[in-house]
Design a protein around this ligand. Structure first.
Ligand code: MN
Length: 257
């Protein structure tokens, strides 16, 4: 089997430690290229930058290896790479490791997941990896166990093959190797956001706003990502970009249009 060309990107920026951990685990699995945003784009959603040029520059990861970074969004990174910035054909786009879980409705906000979605649009396999860091955890994050999980997931993924128009969304519980119980295939659950609009005044008396509030929670439905993560399992959710609400097709056809 020819060596696979793996593009690693993220939404936290090229200097994020989660990216480096992932890159290091991907190297034994193929030829790795890195093209990631030059700053944090978390919760930027699916972006296509059309109104300004994109710049790409060469940089180095903390281990001295070479990487590319751009002022574009995570999905722009995938578009740039697949449209020819990287001359070699890309076989797989791996995004992450995000320091927070991407579950339920998060997937529509997530730059980590939408980078993988951009791969699906380009006809390339895409996988997103996120770490379910405990809400109250503020120490240095150890990405190594999650990166080892990512390597195992990708090995199997490459062996078995997967439709290029779909995406795998992988969320990994935070802990050491022996604290991670295994993998569960899950469905997308429901997030509960506790957003609040916070209004303040700047020094010139003009109002400004923050979307604040408490950390979101979720509905722990059976078979969901929440359920798996809570039980200490890696959650693997196959996602599709077809957002059609199939249950509404027939009822809507009966309306008197
Ligand atoms: Mn992020």
């Amino acid at each position: 089997m020819a060596e696979k060309h793996i593009l690693v990107t993220n939404d936290d920026g090229v200097t994020a430690p989660g990216l480096l951990a992932l890159v290091q685990e991907m190297r034994p699995l193929g030829k790795v290229s890195v093209l990631a945003p030059d700053h944090n784009w978390s919760a930027s959603g699916h972006v296509k930058t059309l109104e300004r040029p994109l710049r790409v520059r060469q940089t180095q990861l903390a281990d001295g290896s070479s990487a590319w970074c751009t002022d574009g969004a995570p999905s722009d990174c995938v578009a740039l790479a697949s449209l020819g910035f990287l001359p070699e054909k890309i076989d797989l786009v791996v995004s992450g490791i995000n320091p927070n879980a991407n579950i339920g409705h998060d997937v529509t906000y997530s730059g980590t997941v939408t980078a993988a979605m951009e791969a699906a649009i380009a006809g390339i396999n895409g996988i997103a990896f996120s770490l379910d860091r405990p809400e109250d955890y503020n120490g240095v994050i150890d990405y190594a166990p999650a990166a080892r999980v990512a390597a195992r997931v990708i090995k199997l993924f490459m062996e078995r093959g997967f439709p290029v128009d779909l995406v795998l969304n992988v969320n990994i519980p935070y802990g050491q190797d022996d604290e991670i119980n295994g993998c569960r295939i899950t469905r997308q659950g429901l997030r509960i956001y506790r957003d609040e609009l916070i209004r303040r005044q700047d020094p010139r008396g003009r109002p400004y706003y923050w979307i604040g509030g408490d950390t979101p929670t979720g509905v722990v439905g059976e078979g969901t990502e929440f359920d798996a993560l809570q039980a200490g399992y890696v959650s693997i959710t196959p996602l599709q970009l077809d957002l059609t609400a199939h249950t509404m097709l027939e009822p809507l056809k009966k309306w008197e249009w």
